[in-house]
Design a protein around this ligand. Structure first.
Ligand code: ADP
Ligand code: MG
Length: 536
C-alpha cells in the first residue's frame, strides 16, 4: 500500500455493537463512515463457522444462522469479559442457540466446531474483518483504533474489548464510552455550552446518559438504562402477534418449526423497519409451512398504528429509564438542551413523538443514530495528541468495592463518581497475623458480592495492614491498585483478575439455579429477547 499523503491519522473509530458494528475514519478533518464490502454502513456483529470449516463474519454469518445455529455466534458483546459462573452468563446459556462454555481462566467462552474460543477472539474476528475492509477502502494500513463500549461496562469487559482489538492487530489507543462518543459526534469543536441527553435504543439494550458539553469538555453527569430492552423486544412482539394470528387461522404453531420461525423473525424485523418509514406494510411469507402436504402461506398486513399498540409499553419503559437517570443527579427534564437519538430502534416514529411529549422539544436532527458512535470515536482518535484535543470527564457507572464479611461488598468507589479518580482505604487487621493478605475486588450495584462482578484479587504482604491502599481509575475507566509500602512508598499491586476465587465459585453455584430450573422462571418472561434463538 502507498504511504499516506495527508495528515489524516491511521486510526479508526469503531462502534462494536451488540447487533451491528460500524467503523469511521477522519479524512481532512471530516469523520466519515467506512462502507462494508457489501456497500452497507453497518456490519452485523456475527461470527460463524461454516459447514465447510471457514469462518464467516457479518452478513454472511448472520445468513447462515438459520441453517447452522450452533455454529453462529451473535450477541458476543453480552458475554465478553464475564465470568462463566456469573449470573448473566448462566441466564444467557439457556437463550442462545450456540454453546457457551467455561474458558481456561473461568471466563465465558464459546464452542465452535471442535474448539473453544474466547470472546475476545470472536469479537477480534469482527474487528479484524472491519480492519481489512477499512484498509481496502482507505487504501492504507490502519494500525490504530478507538473502540467504544457501553458506559456500564466494568473493568473486565473493558480489558476484554481491548484484548479483542489487539487480537485483531490494532493498537487500541483508547476505549471510549458510547454515549460520550455520540455526544462528540454532535458537539466536537462547536463551542457549545449545553446539557444533552443521549437516548440509545439499540438491538438489545437501552442506554441513557446525560452529558454537560462545554467547549470541548464532555462531562458525563449520569448514566443508566436497561441491558435487556432493545429492538429485539419489538421484533418479538410482532413475532408473537403473527404466530397467534397464524394459529387462529390454521391451528398450526409455527414456533415448532425452527426454519419457519426464523423466516418469521426476519420478516418481522423487516416489517418493523418498513413501518418507521411507511404507515402500512405486509408480512408476506409464501409456503411458510405445510399441513397434510398442502403449502400454507403467511400473509399479514400490519400498520404502524398496530405496531405502536403492541409495543407502546416498551417505549414507555425507555422513558421511565430517562426519568430514573435524571433523578440520580436531580436533573430536571427542562434543563436538557438537546436530545440525541442513537441506535437503530430510535428511528421508530413513536420514539421521536414521545421524546417531543416527554421533553417538550424534538430530538436533535443531523446526528445519525447508526453512525454517531463510530463517528465520535473517530473524532476522538483524530484529536488525540493535537492542540484542539478534547477532555472527556466520565463517571463510574457501577460502584467498585472490596469483599467484606458475610459476602457483602464494601464500596470504595461510588456510582457516578467522576473519573479519573482515586479512592483510598485501609486494610483491617488480618485474620492470621503475619500471613499475606488477600482482598477480592468487585464491581456492581448490589451490596451482595454474588450479584456483582468479580474483578480480581489483590495479594498484599502482611505489612500492608493499616496502610493506605488506593484504587485508581484512569480516564478509560480501567482500574489500578497501589499501596503504601512501609519501605518503598506507593507501589503498584499486581492485580490478579483472571482467577475467580473458589469461595465465590461455590457461592454462585449455590445461588444460581441451573438454566431452565424453576428458580430461573421470572426470567422466562424474557423468552426470546435475544431474538435469534429458537423458542422452546
Ligand atoms: P446495537 O447497538 O445493538 O449494535 P443498532 O443500533 O445497530 O444496535 O440497532 C439495531 C436495532 O435497530 C435492530 O433491532 C434493528 O431492527 C433496529 N432498527 C434498525 N433500523 C430501524 C428502523 N428504521 N426502525 C426501527 N428499528 C430499526
Ligand atoms: Mg449501539
Amino acid at each position: 500500500m502507498p504511504p499516506p499523503l495527508s495528515r489524516d491519522k491511521p486510526i479508526l473509530g469503531i462502534d462494536l455493537g451488540t447487533t451491528n458494528t460500524c467503523v469511521a475514519h477522519v479524512r481532512n478533518r471530516i469523520p466519515r463512515v467506512v462502507p462494508t464490502d457489501k456497500g452497507s454502513l453497518i456490519l452485523p456483529s456475527v461470527v460463524a463457522l461454516s459447514s465447510r470449516g471457514d469462518f464467516l463474519v457479518g452478513g454472511a454469518a448472520k445468513d447462515q444462522l438459520l441453517t447452522n445455529p450452533r455454529n453462529t455466534i451473535y450477541g458476543a458483546k453480552r458475554l465478553i469479559g464475564r465470568k462463566f459462573n456469573s449470573r448473566v452468563v448462566q441466564d444467557l446459556r439457556s437463550y442462545y442457540s450456540y454453546d457457551i462454555v467455561e474458558g481456561p481462566q473461568g471466563e465465558a467462552a464459546v464452542s465452535l466446531g471442535d474448539r473453544v474460543y474466547g470472546l475476545p477472539e470472536i469479537s477480534g474476528m469482527v474487528l479484524a474483518h472491519v480492519k481489512k475492509i477499512a484498509e481496502a477502502f482507505l487504501g492504507r494500513p490502519m494500525p490504530q483504533a478507538i473502540i467504544s463500549v457501553p458506559a456500564y461496562y466494568n473493568d473486565n469487559q473493558r480489558h476484554a474489548v481491548k484484548e479483542a482489538g489487539r487480537l485483531a492487530g490494532f493498537d487500541v489507543k483508547r476505549i471510549v464510552n458510547e454515549p460520550t462518543a455520540a455526544a462528540l459526534a454532535y458537539g466536537f469543536n462547536r463551542g457549545l455550552d449545553q446539557r444533552v441527553l443521549v437516548y440509545d435504543l439499540g438491538g438489545g439494550t437501552c442506554d441513557i446518559s446525560v452529558l454537560q458539553l462545554q467547549q470541548n469538555v464532555f462531562e458525563v453527569l449520569a448514566t443508566g438504562g436497561d441491558t435487556f430492552l432493545g429492538g429485539v423486544d419489538f421484533d418479538n412482539r410482532i413475532i408473537d402477534w403473527a404466530l397467534d394470528q397464524f394459529w387462529r387461522e390454521h391451528k398450526v404453531d409455527l414456533a415448532q418449526s425452527p426454519i419457519a420461525l426464523q423466516r418469521v423473525k426476519k420478516a418481522a424485523e423487516a416489517a418493523k423497519i418498513d413501518l418507521s418509514l411507511i404507515p402500512n406494510t405486509v408480512i408476506d411469507l409464501p409456503f411458510v409451512e405445510e399441513r397434510r402436504g398442502k403449502p400454507l402461506d403467511l400473509r399479514m398486513p400490519i400498520s404502524r398504528q398496530q405496531l405502536e399498540e403492541i409495543t407502546r409499553d416498551l417505549v414507555d419503559r425507555s422513558f421511565t429509564l430517562c426519568d430514573e437517570v435524571l433523578e440520580q443527579k436531580g436533573i430536571s427534564r427542562g434543563s436538557i438542551d438537546e436530545i440525541i437519538l442513537v441506535g437503530g430502534q430510535s428511528r421508530m416514529p413513536l420514539v421521536q413523538q414521545r421524546i417531543r411529549e416527554h421533553f417538550g422539544k424534538p430530538p436533535r436532527k443531523g446526528v445519525h443514530p447508526d453512525e454517531c458512535v463510530a463517528l465520535g470515536a473517530a473524532l476522538l482518535g483524530d484529536s488525540l495528541d493535537s492542540i484542539d484535543s478534547v477532555t472527556l470527564v466520565d463517571v463510574l457507572s457501577m460502584p467498585i468495592g472490596i469483599a467484606a464479611p458475610n459476602d457483602r461488598m464494601r464500596r470504595v468507589l461510588e456510582k457516578n463518581q467522576p473519573i479519573p479518580a482515586t479512592r483510598s482505604f485501609r486494610l483491617p487487621p488480618p485474620r492470621e497475623p503475619g500471613k499475606p493478605i488477600e482482598i477480592d475486588i468487585y464491581q456492581g450495584d448490589s451490596d451482595q458480592i454474588v450479584d456483582d462482578e468479580f474483578l480480581g484479587s489483590l495479594r498484599l504482604p502482611a505489612a500492608a495492614t493499616g496502610r493506605r491502599i488506593d484504587l485508581k481509575l484512569d480516564e478509560e475507566c480501567l482500574l489500578r491498585v497501589t499501596f503504601d509500602d512501609p519501605e518503598r512508598g506507593m507501589v503498584e499491586v499486581p492485580f490478579a483478575t483472571r482467577d475467580t476465587p473458589e469461595a465465590l465459585r461455590r457461592a454462585i453455584a449455590e445461588k444460581t439455579p441451573p438454566p431452565g430450573a424453576a428458580g430461573a422462571a421470572p426470567r422466562e418472561q424474557r423468552r426470546g429477547i435475544f431474538g435469534w434463538l429458537t423458542r422452546s
